[in-house]
Design a protein. Structure first.
Length: 459
């Protein structure tokens, strides 16, 4: 409606607020030290603008809060489950809908059914918990990003695509029984929140069918992906985001979703599929660890909020605002010479810390060093996606991640343009003294998902 205007306005009114955590530099320095230079351990009331993640951090609408009041808290067969189920079936077309308390629970349940020692999961890029849940079963998680996806300076429309040649090679070289599944992450979170094209989805579907391999979506940000297809792919400009999303889902055998992203809720997720045998086994596992299959670790009010959020997220005015807001942050950083993953993604802007802090070696974690410097400078919290998250020790030798990024993930419907302007101004100041930023070293780390709990000190 307002596409002819330069100013981006929020397509909502603010009805409820909470205070920000203003701190002094000395307080932030103390908080960093107490947190062992791990931003996951910094108390939220010591954070001014929280861009650590867009997962579960969005603001719910008046209609979602009304749904919470309508929530049916019956243990089994609650009315709220059938509301939830109906919305997801209509959107995805899948027959079996299984609620979970969040996306990683859906991963754990599904991968325990289909994974196992030496099984192979293929993806455009696995995110951290997806990879960890696959590998926890003894399986191997392999990323097949599109050619050019790691060229962060080069902008192209669908850098989230899967490499079709490599996919075909892996499918030909391995017995279909060894390939647990192919997972398309839409949008591709690990590599800049980049979208996957409908053409690529169709071609991946063809290869999977030809080789009798199952295709699932990691659909946490499906609506943002659908809107990018509308904006950038030929033949889709006149289709609604919902029509595009439904076509996307039609090419897969199922999906797993963290509803904390594109359903704009604070908790929840689901597993959806057509395979009734897998669904029966999933429900057995769910009863052991999540709850009865009509609530799956959630309250009825959460199911109501998710159902409403999945409707609201496909509103075109919202998606236009969402994508343009992220692009606005990218434009502001670019003007100050901050190297970002091009183009800006759907939910976040990713700083290329390897390029920005070229004086810090990967084993000194330039991404984490930049994230800590950002917090110390102004109280902004961000997330490293680099060698702290994805690096490995192979027989005592450090193997860095292929990227050293800092993700500025923007919560949905939470911050205004002035908040984003403050983020841009902070990076303007950091750029002037980037050579003073020092690396970090790990003094303690768990073998699984170590970035959540690792302890670090200045190198």
């Amino acid at each position: 409606m307002y596409s002819t205007y330069k100013t981006i306005i929020e397509p909502f009114k603010i009805k409820s607020i909470e205070p920000l955590g203003f701190t002094t530099r000395e307080e932030r320095q103390e908080a960093l030290q107490r947190a062992d230079y791990n931003l996951f351990k910094v108390p939220a009331d010591k954070v001014l603008i929280d861009l650590l993640t867009d997962s579960g951090t969005g603001a719910m609408s008046a209609e979602q809060w009304a749904g919470i009041m309508r929530g049916d808290e019956s243990y089994a067969g609650a009315r709220s489950f059938f509301t939830f189920e109906k919305v997801i079936k209509d959107l995805t077309g899948y027959k079996e809908i299984i609620p979970t308390h969040q996306g990683r629970a859906a991963e754990r349940i599904l991968f325990n059914i289909i994974g196992g020692k030496d099984k192979i999961f293929l993806s455009n890029s696995h995110f951290d918990t997806t990879r960890a849940n696959a590998e926890a079963t003894g399986a191997i998680a392999i990323d097949l990003p599109a050619p050019g996806a790691l060229d962060f300076d080069k902008s192209s429309n669908f850098k989230g695509d899967m490499d079709l040649n490599l996919l075909e090679k892996y499918l030909k070289e391995n017995d279909p029984g060894q390939i647990a599944m192919v997972i398309l992450t839409v949008t591709n979170n690990s590599l800049g929140g980049q979208p996957v094209s409908m053409k690529n989805i169709r071609e991946v579907n063809k290869l999977c069918k030809k080789n009798n391999v199952v295709l699932f979506f990691d659909a946490a940000r499906f609506a943002e992906n659908a809107y990018f297809i509308k904006l950038k792919e030929e033949g889709y400009s006149n289709k609604t985001p919902k029509e595009i999303a439904k076509e996307m889902f039609s090419y897969a055998d199922g999906c797993l979703m963290s509803a904390k992203k594109d359903a704009i809720v604070n908790i929840g997720g689901f597993l959806a599929m057509n395979n009734s045998d897998w669904a029966s086994r999933a429900k057995e596992i769910e009863i052991l660890g999540e709850g009865f299959p009509t609530y799956g670790g959630l309250a009825g009010r959460d199911l109501e909020a998710i159902a409403r959020g999945l409707i609201e997220v496909l509103d075109e005015e919202y998606l236009n605002y969402r994508i343009k807001s992220v692009a606005y942050l990218g434009d502001g950083l670019r003007k100050h010479g901050i190297p970002i993953v091009e183009p800006p993604g759907g939910h976040a802007v990713y700083i290329n810390a390897k390029k920005f802090l070229s004086h810090i070696l990967p084993e000194k974690f330039p991404g984490q060093a930049l994230a800590c410097a950002l917090y110390l400078e102004s109280g902004i919290r961000a997330c490293e996606i680099g060698s702290l998250m994805f690096g490995k020790n192979n027989n005592g030798k450090f193997v860095p991640a292929p990227m050293e990024l800092v993700r500025l993930a923007i919560p949905r419907r939470v911050y205004t343009q002035s908040h984003i302007d403050y983020v841009i101004e902070t990076f303007e100041n950091l750029a002037k003294k980037k050579n003073t930023i020092q690396g970090l070293r790990v003094i303690e780390a768990s073998p699984v998902l170590s970035h959540f709990t690792a302890r670090l000190v200045p190198a």
